[in-house]
Design a protein around this ligand. Structure first.
Ligand code: MG
Ligand code: MG
Length: 269
């Protein structure tokens, strides 16, 4: 079932999304060679709780193996759902940080892939293309379009650069729950899928690789990595479907302000 949001609900979603954005900005200040990913996670949890919100990923999932942390931190060939811990970041790592929160009953969920120090032009091209594809997808998140229009836009932009588009994991509706209907694949055909209507909340999140789109799960039951070991990028925004142009609730402005490790595109920064 797809729940359309009222303007007062959207106001609350905007507050939640902005707090995620500020958390990612805060975390971004500390991403540098030598830092432990677990340290970033502690910083994020403190920041979220200080702002009277709850980390939404912590405890998420099956009771036998709930996600143990505030952030998903996925490094290099890890695509998503990496568990922060004693891993130390190295020069040249690419670091996807995904954060979800609940505030006043509404959820925010978004992600950015940072460079730790500096990296190769090839990897920078992966990150730039992936970030651009997020905005290409968002351009299609308008009333009357379908989810396939979003997926097609993301897929087309990335595959023309010969990057892989992960298929087994997809974007989703968001609002009163972290994950709502509809599914928002990053691949697809124009004019196919769920019809988009004004007031739908969507988390659009391309997961893009330098190789194959195939993935595998680590024995920890969470960490998803590329099957072929290729590098992977992940960017996510929360948007509201509107007539003519989607409203982006989350923002990378705090990252642009605070981080040295950002990718420059025509879309932001
Ligand atoms: Mg998401
Ligand atoms: Mg996310």
């Amino acid at each position: 079932m797809i729940r359309l949001k009222s303007e007062s609900e959207i106001d609350k979603m905007r507050v939640a999304a902005r707090l995620v954005s500020r958390t990612l900005g805060e975390v971004s200040k500390y991403i540098e060679p030598g830092i432990e990913t677990g340290k970033l996670d502690i910083l994020a949890e403190e920041f979220i709780r200080k702002h009277n919100a709850r980390p939404a990923f912590k405890g998420y999932g099956d009771r036998s193996n709930p996600f143990p942390a505030t952030l998903c931190i996925s490094v290099n060939d890890e695509v998503v759902h990496g568990i922060p811990g004693s891993r130390v970041l190295n020069e040249g790592d690419i670091v996807s940080v995904d954060c979800g929160i609940e505030k006043d009953g509404y959820f925010g969920d978004h992600a950015y892939t940072f460079i730790c120090g500096d990296t190769t032009d090839e990897i920078k091209h992966l990150l730039k293309t992936s970030l651009e594809s997020l905005y290409k997808g968002i351009e299609q998140a308008v009333h009357g379009n379908k989810t396939g229009d979003i997926g097609f836009a993301v897929q087309h932009h990335c595959e023309k650069e010969r990057f892989g588009v992960v298929r087994d994991l997809v974007g989703h509706g968001i609002g009163r729950d972290l994950h709502e209907d509809p599914a928002v694949p990053n691949y697809g055909k124009q004019g196919r899928g769920h019809r988009l209507r004004s007031g739908m909340g969507l988390a659009i999140e391309p997961m893009i690789t330098m190789g194959s789109w195939k993935i595998k799960t680590d024995p920890d039951g969470w960490t998803i990595r590329t099957y072929d070991g290729s590098m992977a990028a992940h960017f996510e925004h929360d948007v509201i479907v509107r007539e003519g142009e989607a409203e982006i609730l989350s923002t990378f402005d705090y990252i642009a302000e605070l981080s040295k490790n950002q990718i420059q595109t025509q879309y932001h920064g």
